[in-house]
Design a protein around this ligand. Structure first.
Ligand SMILES: [Zn+2]
Length: 153
C-alpha cells in the first residue's frame, strides 16, 4: 500500500537541496488532459445515456477512485485508463447511472437504419452505423431511443 494522500503536499521533501536544475515535482491528482477523440467519446456516451457529461465524468471518477483504491494504483493512471475505455464501458456505466428500464412507456417500435452509432436501450448492444434497429416510440415525445433487432418484439 503506497501512502499517497492527495491532500498532503510533498512540500518539504528535500529541504537540503533547493535544486534549480531538478524539475520541481508536480503531482496533481485531478489534472489530466483529455484528447479530442475522448471528449467526443464522453459526449457521445453521455448523450447515449441521456445524462449530463458532468454526471458521466463523475461516475467515471468515482469508479476510477474505487478501482485505484482497490488496486492501490495511481488514480491518474486508472482515471485515464477508465476514460480511454469509456466506449467499451458504456454498458457498465449505463447500469450504474440508469438502474431502471427506460422503455416502460414504449408503445411501438419502428424499424430504422442507424445513421449514427448508438446502442440498444434494452440490452446495451452496440448499434453500428447502418445497422437495422428499432426506434422506440413512447407515449410522450422524448429523446430517441433505439433497440437492437434482437430486442425488437
Ligand atoms: Zn438489444
Amino acid at each position: 500500500m503506497t501512502q499517497k494522500d492527495p491532500d498532503s503536499e510533498p512540500a518539504a521533501e528535500n529541504p537540503e537541496e533547493p535544486g534549480e536544475d531538478a524539475e520541481p515535482k508536480k503531482e496533481r491528482v485531478l489534472h489530466t488532459r483529455v484528447p479530442a477523440v475522448l471528449e467526443g467519446e464522453l459526449k457521445a456516451a453521455a448523450r447515449a445515456l441521456r445524462i449530463p457529461v458532468s454526471n458521466l465524468v463523475r461516475t467515471i471518477l468515482e469508479d476510477a477512485v474505487k478501482i485505484a483504491d482497490r488496486a492501490s494504483e495511481r488514480v491518474e493512471d486508472k482515471l485515464s485508463r477508465a476514460a480511454k475505455t469509456v466506449h467499451d464501458e458504456r454498458d457498465r456505466l449505463r447500469s450504474k447511472v440508469e438502474r431502471k428500464s427506460s422503455l416502460d412507456d414504449v408503445v411501438a417500435y419502428q424499424p430504422v437504419v442507424m445513421a449514427r452509432a448508438s446502442e440498444c436501450a434494452k440490452c446495451g448492444a452496440a448499434l453500428a452505423e447502418g445497422a437495422q434497429a428499432g426506434l422506440a416510440v413512447g407515449e410522450v415525445p422524448s429523446a430517441p431511443r433505439f433497440v437492437c433487432a434482437a430486442c425488437m418484439p
